[in-house]
Design a protein around this ligand. Structure first.
Ligand SMILES: [Cu+2]
Length: 188
């Protein structure tokens, strides 16, 4: 079946191409592993009863900024719904639970009455352009790379300590399709 002896040039070209494709595949796989481990290094999580809190983070703030925003993913592994009812952060005078939405082409945000429901066996993401924690009355600028201590209180799972990782001032979140280009008060 092989005419490789008669067409050594064609055969070696095919071999070379296969080798290149395999090398590319291996490279792609290596990059994939690298990305995975980078994400694993960056991610951190906390537990409160049946609730898993994935990667709480906030954005670095410019000097003089009075507010910041906190983001995280809540996963409920239990069979009963729960609810995030309040939060605190050491660096903020108070933390409100906010929802951002587009209204008449303008981004607006408002406190969420009663907190955020976390459905049984479900999850909810606090992310740019959507639900978020509003850190009000910042006592100091949030510096990239720092960890901010805080708490989350759930209706059923109770209160749990968490740490928000301060990411770059331009961070948009890993899985976010939304935008958070709101002008914050004195956030220039
Ligand atoms: Cu807000």
């Amino acid at each position: 079946m092989l005419n490789s002896l008669r067409f050594p040039g064609a055969f070696s070209r095919i071999c070379r191409r296969m080798y290149l494709e395999e090398a590319l595949a291996a490279l792609a796989f290596a990059m994939f592993l690298l990305t995975l481990s980078a994400q694993a290094l960056m991610a951190h999580e906390f537990k409160a009863g049946a609730i898993e809190i994935d990667h709480p983070w906030t954005r670095a703030t410019p000097a003089g900024a009075s507010v910041g925003a906190g983001y995280l993913v809540l996963k409920n592994g239990g069979t009963t719904p729960d609810r995030l009812v309040s939060a605190t952060a050491e660096v903020a005078q108070k933390v409100e639970i906010h929802e951002m939405s587009m209204k008449d082409g303008v981004m607006t945000m408002r406190p969420v009455a009663g907190g955020i429901a976390v459905p049984a066996q479900g999850s909810v993401a606090l992310k740019p352009g959507s639900y978020h924690l509003m850190l009000m009355g910042l006592k100091q600028p949030l510096k990239q790379g720092a960890m901010v201590n805080g708490t989350l209180t759930f209706e059923k799972a109770g209160t749990v300590s968490v740490q928000f990782k301060v990411e770059s001032i331009a961070a948009q979140g890993s899985d976010d399709g939304g935008h958070d280009h709101m002008t914050m008060p004195s956030g220039k």
